[in-house]
Write a protein that binds this ligand. Structure first.
Ligand code: SF4
Length: 252
């Protein structure tokens, strides 16, 4: 429902705010702080939100980028993005008390990667190479995974056996960009296999669709505003040569 204030219109997007995976991860850090006391180490910032991260820091969470920053035997939470097996092994070798807050939807993609690797397939992983989630997923089968982030990257792709290919996607990609990349993959490699169900998670999809609806509302609003200006100018005898009766704006 739009709200009008001082001539400005506020459109509230629904759904908005954190996804269930991130809410769950933040809850897990809070519960760990209650159960074990400070400090609780967290592998990567749990959420891209300075306010929430600062609140957790104040309560005793310490965010780290590498396992070697965590003292032996300390409590460590893995963020919702997931981690590669090498990070799990490092945590084990430092005798850390690990609490895994990986989002179940990310875990599902890890399991798909393992399944494809067991079938001796090459995995084309659609996503951003440096994103934590891609680092984690590609780590399940690093020798069998190729990361691509665009249609151009698919065009340049060369594989040994085009009949033993699979693709997976980062859960948080743009739905529309990904559809284009997948379409190009299927065109170039007709025997490529995809995941059993879409990997772009429902939370990402719902939010992208909500933003799209808002964009349409803004476009309609702008068009209405332009028409209103045209109508007023037409009524004042301005632009009569340019704006004809029966124009799309109905300025006549
Ligand atoms: S997979 Fe979806 S629900 Fe899970 S953390 Fe990522 S965006 Fe959130």
């Amino acid at each position: 429902m739009p709200t009008a204030t001082n001539g400005k219109v506020l459109l509230r997007v629904r759904p908005r705010g954190f996804c269930a995976g991130v809410v769950r991860a933040v809850d897990i850090v809070e519960l760990a702080l209650e159960a074990y006391g400070a400090p609780v180490y967290v592998h990567h910032e749990i959420v891209h939100n300075t306010y929430v991260v600062e609140q957790l820091r104040r309560r005793g969470a310490i965010f780290v980028e590498a396992i070697e920053e965590v003292p032996h035997g300390a409590v460590l939470v893995f963020s919702a993005h997931g981690v590669p097996p090498t990070v799990r092994d490092e945590a084990k070798s430092r005798a850390l008390k690990v609490i895994d807050a990986t989002c179940p939807l990310v875990t599902k993609v890890h399991l798909e990667a393992l399944k494809f690797a067991r079938e001796q397939r090459t995995i084309i992983l659609i996503g951003h190479r440096d994103h934590q989630e891609i680092v984690g997923t590609s780590g399940e089968a690093p020798d069998r995974t190729i990361v691509v982030d665009s249609v151009a990257a698919v065009d340049a792709l060369e594989v040994q056996d085009p009949d033993k290919l699979s693709f997976l996607t980062q859960t948080t990609l743009s739905l529309y960009d990904t559809q284009e990349i997948v379409a190009r993959l299927r065109q170039k490699f007709p025997f490529i296999q995809g995941p059993a169900s879409d990997d772009i998670c429902y939370a990402t999809q719902n939010r992208q669709e909500a933003v799209e609806q808002v964009q349409s509302a803004i476009d309609r609003f702008r068009k209405g505003h332009r028409c209103e200006v045209a109508r007023r100018r037409f009524a004042r005898g301005l632009d009569r040569g340019r704006v004809r009766s029966g124009s799309p704006c109905g300025a006549g």
